[in-house]
Design a binder for this molecule. Structure first.
Ligand code: SF4
Length: 209
């Protein structure tokens, strides 16, 4: 796994060279945007050798509110297991609804999703910078349904805007997703069957009819 970076597009989480650390700073702190408990299992396992990951559960896209709390509880369970801190900012649904206005009919992976992901990553970058952490990252690329190139491009762009390193990754590689599924089963975690917003929930319901 590589050090987080701000600009070079060629270095990834699989690189092995890490910057020298101050003797008092054994591992740098990284703010990890977590979309749900199952996705965080394997990602934290991958990160914790080189970083102190701090979980950041900012997902104003989640609908309904009970779903938000179910995913938050599963995330807290994983963070407890790893003895990792978990920061949970206010829900912030209004900002999300404002951001995706006019894009309600977009397919999954389209313009609405780009805004949804950017909004969540931007809050992560802002908080990581404000807290003087070393870097930020997201669990989102572990999903086979998420385009890692789009997510990494968004993170890199925010890295420049907020002057904080972003850890580029494609956590689904090397059976990452399958490993997260197995680890979630072992922990008995709740695993959702739709992406998260009301539009993806409706699509799931229609597909079950
Ligand atoms: S489908 Fe998923 S990524 Fe796209 S807008 Fe809905 S919650 Fe966000």
């Amino acid at each position: 796994m590589a050090p987080a970076r701000k600009t070079s597009p060629k270095r990834t989480e699989e690189d092995s060279s890490a910057p020298p650390l101050h003797p008092l700073q054994r591992k740098p702190f990284l703010l990890l945007h977590i979309c749900c408990g199952p996705c965080s299992t394997h990602v934290i396992d991958l990160l914790k050798d080189k970083y102190h990951p701090i979980g950041f559960f900012y997902n104003p896209n989640l609908h309904p509110k009970q779903e938000y709390f179910r995913r938050l509880e599963a995330t807290a369970q994983v963070c407890r297991q790893h003895r990792a801190a978990l920061w949970v900012p206010p829900f912030g649904e209004e900002a999300w609804l404002d951001g995706v206005k006019g894009l309600e009919g977009e397919p999954e992976g389209g313009g609405r999703c780009n805004i949804c992901i950017r909004l969540r990553l931007e809050a992560t970058a802002w908080v990581a910078k404000a807290a003087s952490l070393t870097a930020f990252a997201t669990t989102l690329t572990i999903s086979p349904r998420k385009n890692s190139h789009v997510i990494n491009a968004l993170g890199t762009d925010l890295s420049k805007s907020y002057d904080i390193s972003f850890l580029e990754a494609d956590f689904k590689k090397k059976d990452g997703f399958l490993k997260s599924v197995q680890k979630s089963k072992d922990l008995g975690l709740y695993r959702q069957d739709y992406c998260g917003c009301c539009y993806s929930m409706r699509k799931r319901e229609l597909s079950h009819q």
